[in-house]
Ligand binder design. Structure first.
Ligand SMILES: [Ca+2]
Length: 471
């Protein structure tokens, strides 16, 4: 009776929260909480979950560089003509006058004003030598792209362009996508569109003519790299099945790496000419001008952090690591927490994933590279378990505050996880041999949550979805 009443209160309150906050099916985990306290009948303990920072506008955190470095217009001042009308020459660029200067940062300022603000290159005055510019965006941090990259050109869109990515801070580059009015002619590639890609060919690098043809630029100024269309190959056209995408990202390293970058490089290879013939008598019609670049993404923290902060002194982003991990990407275990090999967190099982936390060195081989650090470890050896906050779960018993001896069928530092063969789905799809173990576990957890539902609700209100899925 008590249980039923509690269910009713929790669901009713939570639904009212979720109505306004839930944008996605509850089955899709948000992974915005790294750990939460669980109130058990015997005390309080931690439950660890896979977590990641929220996706955000990553252009706030990048540095931009141009190659050649002196390719920005205005030094000396130049007058430009319109591409579609060589007699309309009212575009002035002067680096020494603020109103007439077009520095690179105007690709990333707040847009929405009229006229727009934009970076502009020098004109193609050295024709027939190619007018080529590399625009490099560097984060000094590994990031994961979550939405389309969108470039808005204030002049005509380039007739030839290449978008590249780096995963090693600009040491090596690989193509992301080729863009041309004629792919065969420019890059010896057959033209393709992202819609022709399949799950099997998703990682193929294509050349598209979608964003270069025609120069009716007042209506069609953007060049895209289509992230969402690629996501949709797994998650469905409206991304309603993100669980499927997360499952794939979890198990396919190449797929995860495909959307991961430290740098992007836009290689502008040929400006818009609007014709097959370049008007050599009026080269001030040809130039590049970009008013806006959009890059949405999140810090890569290997599912060990839900927060990423910009350190102004270091000039770089860094994950605020949980799960006893450390490093800019939470890519290794903290000192004294090498009880087992570091491992990336897992999106599975959905919605909470698996934290794969680093455990104390006393649970495994100790790195003896530094004798003094070992001494510190011995003096201040952290408790792995106790009778209060760090209570062994699911029938496990705590030995010398250093190790939980788990009941059969359970594993984890605090015996918090059911022992599974292979990744995920234990709780949703228990095998016949495990059913008798999992069923009581779920009931036990449900009971615990219901007991403290009011407390949790207050604690997790900002994560309304989590509340809903818990309660
Ligand atoms: Ca701008």
């Amino acid at each position: 009776m008590f249980l039923l009443q509690t269910v009713c209160v929790c669901v009713c309150v939570s639904v009212s929260v979720c109505v306004s906050m839930q944008h996605y099916p509850a089955a899709w985990g948000h992974y915005d909480v790294c750990k939460s306290q669980i109130y058990t009948e015997e005390g309080v303990t931690w439950d660890y979950m896979a977590c990641q920072p929220e996706a955000t506008d990553m252009t706030k955190f990048l540095s931009v560089s141009l190659d050649p470095p002196n390719i920005t217009c205005g030094d000396p001042p130049e007058t430009y003509c319109a591409l579609e009308n060589p007699y309309m020459c009212n575009n002035e660029c002067d680096a020494t006058t603020e109103e007439l200067a077009h520095p690179p940062e105007l690709m990333f300022d707040f847009e929405g004003r009229n006229p727009t603000t934009f970076w502009q290159s020098t004109s193609w005055k050295k024709f027939p030598k190619p007018l080529e510019v590399n625009v490099t965006l560097s984060w000094n941090k590994t990031i994961e792209l979550t939405d389309d990259i969108i470039l808005t050109f204030e002049s005509g869109r380039p007739e030839q362009m290449l978008l590249e990515k780096s995963l090693d801070y600009g040491k090596t580059w690989t193509p992301y996508q080729f863009y041309a009015t004629d792919c065969l002619d420019a890059f010896n590639m057959d033209p393709k569109t992202v819609n022709e890609l399949t799950q099997r060919t998703l990682l193929d690098i294509i050349c598209t003519e979608d964003y270069s043809r025609g120069y009716v630029w007042k209506y069609d100024k953007t060049v895209r790299f289509e992230i969402k269309d690629r996501f949709a190959l797994f998650a469905g056209p409206r991304l309603h099945n993100m669980a499927s995408l997360y499952g794939q990202l979890d198990t396919t390293r190449n797929l995860r790496d495909f959307f991961t970058v430290t740098d992007l490089r836009i290689r502008l290879l040929k400006p818009a000419t609007g014709s097959t013939i370049v008007d050599e008598n009026n080269l001030s019609r040809y130039f590049y001008a970009i008013s806006d670049i959009k890059v949405q993404g999140r810090c890569k923290c290997n599912l060990h952090s839900n927060s990423c902060v910009y350190d102004k002194e270091k000039g770089r982003l860094g994950c605020e690591c949980e799960h006893n991990t450390t490093g800019p990407d939470c890519g290794r275990c903290k000192r004294h927490y090498h009880g087992r090999q570091w491992s990336v967190g897992s999106y599975l099982p959905i919605p909470k994933g698996t934290a794969n936390i680093c455990i104390h060195s006393s649970h495994g081989p100790v790195n003896r590279a530094n004798a003094s650090s070992l001494g510190v470890a011995n003096r201040n050896q952290a408790r792995v378990c106790d009778g209060a906050m760090l209570r062994c779960q699911n029938g496990g018993t705590c030995h010398h505050h250093q190790r939980c001896h788990c009941a059969p069928g359970f594993t984890g530092v605090l015996c918090e996880r059911a022992r599974c063969q292979g990744p995920g789905h234990c709780e949703e799809y228990p095998s016949s041999g495990q059913e008798s173990v999992h069923h009581p576990l779920l009931l036990h957890r449900l009971h615990l949550f219901l007991q403290v539902c009011h407390g949790l609700l207050a604690l997790l209100l900002p994560q309304g979805v989590m509340v809903f899925s818990f309660c």
